[in-house]
Write a protein that binds this ligand. Sequence first.
Ligand code: ADP
Ligand code: MG
Length: 375
Amino acid sequence: MKSIEMKNICKNYGKVAVVKELNLTVKSGEKLILLGPSGCGKSTILRMIAGLEEITSGELHLGGRKVNHLGSGERNVSMVFQNYALFPHMTVEDNITYGLRINKVCGDEIRRRKNDVMKMLELSGLEKRKPRELSGGQRQRVALARAVAKQSCFLLLDEPLSNLDVQLREHARKELVRIHEKFGQTMVYVTHDQTEAMTVGDRIALFSEGMVQTLDTPLNVYNRPANVFTAKFIGSPSCNIIETKGEGGGVAIGNQVFSLNGSWANLLRGKHDLYFGIRPEHIELSEEPRANSIKGSVRYCENYGHKTSVFIANDGIEFAASVEETRFYPGETVYMTFPQDKIHFFDKKTGCNAGYPENISRSCENDPLYKRRIA
Ligand code: ADP
Ligand code: MG
């Protein structure tokens, strides 16, 4: 049992509450992502788990044992720091093996682990270099190698790939997942990058201002965002969120009416002040009007090669649509179709998701990918 349990954890710096009443359990062997904008408290949470930052109140349990008062060395954790924290006077191999030597791991085993991680993270040949003789990306990989070589039960990663270039980041992301499959540690992975969160995580805890906004699997976070903040945070361009009002079997989109099918109309009956949401990639565009389409005017386009983001204005409302076609140009009139199985509604007061007509449970246990990864 290698779970991490955070019970009512608060962290204050002076009078400022940085983490507020955090209740979060990371299951044994799980990869949990802490995602959120800069300054929302992610590193602070990781450092509290590692024993590097005092917990103001609440309880932290590692493997079922309360560890609030244990030092970092007694928690069986390894951590990759955002700024690497390598020993500047030691060579790469000494940095990687230092912790193992302190823990009196035998020489053969140290050599085996060192060679394994150096190969895995493409560091071979750099054994004798000092950190100052490495690029930022190489330093980050040494920090990662050092943490992996420790083979601790709990692996804590603070933005471990943020300084790698795009290709290396993709490679390292896959390697990390592979390392995890091999060692099965319980992993807490901090990032502000939604792609890393979606691709690495078994579950994502999305934070804002020291509080969890959402805790769910990547697929559920994308398909059924719990609130407006979550809907907008995941996805690029971000989910279109439009203020709307119920309008006789439909909803107002600017001066036009988008008709809802019977099950949506039933679900939203009596709910008036809402946000309408649709992801850019779910909008269909056409030059001619279609049944229930909404008219707009193309403002500008961004071409990515495999897709084009088309920005469309309508009665003062801006939409972003991502389509494969490149045939839309600024100034043209277009018609947007919103498939009924791809739309979302949120309560305007609370920002919470207003639900979906089909009775599909939101629990992550029903997410087939999650079922496969976490037994
Ligand atoms: P994140 O990792 O999500 O970017 P951090 O956990 O580093 O955020 O920081 C959360 C908040 O706590 C920030 O507003 C930051 O300025 C503040 N903070 C972090 N460390 C300290 C400290 N040692 N003293 C005072 N405030 C701090
Ligand atoms: Mg941070």
